[in-house]
Write a protein that binds this ligand. Structure first.
Ligand SMILES: [Zn+2]
Length: 115
């Protein structure tokens, strides 16, 4: 009995504490993207000076991701993947053709090393 009421108090105290110290509405999440494509999201307090660049965990300078309509941007334009970049260089049809050629070569036994 005593234990249960103690636990209840400690949970109550914790949630009160976090309500006091963390004001989510007053924070801006700013995303930085480095040349290697790493994305770092940093929470800045409202009114804080937000730098244009941030050092990425890999040591390169990450640029701040577009400031205007930042939230919409994150939803409609996800971070580019290697696959996206590949698709920019080759059309999907070209890739399909390449894959088909490759598969046909396998069927024809063009890769003796693999046997
Ligand atoms: Zn990086």
């Amino acid at each position: 009995m005593a234990e249960r009421s103690l636990r209840g108090m400690s949970i109550g105290a914790k949630s009160l504490e976090s309500d006091d110290n963390v004001d989510f509405a007053a924070r801006n999440d700013v995303a930085y993207v480095c040349p290697k494509g790493h994305r770092t999201i940093l929470p800045f307090a409202e009114g804080a000076e937000i730098p244009e660049e941030w050092e990425c965990r890999c040591g390169m300078a990450a640029r701040r991701e577009g400031d205007e309509d930042r939230e919409d941007d994150e939803i409609s334009k996800p971070t580019r993947t290697h696959w996206d970049m590949l698709l920019e260089r080759r059309t999907e049809d070209e890739l399909k053709t390449l894959l088909e050629k490759r598969l046909q070569m396998h069927r024809d036994g063009w890769f003796p090393d693999y046997e």
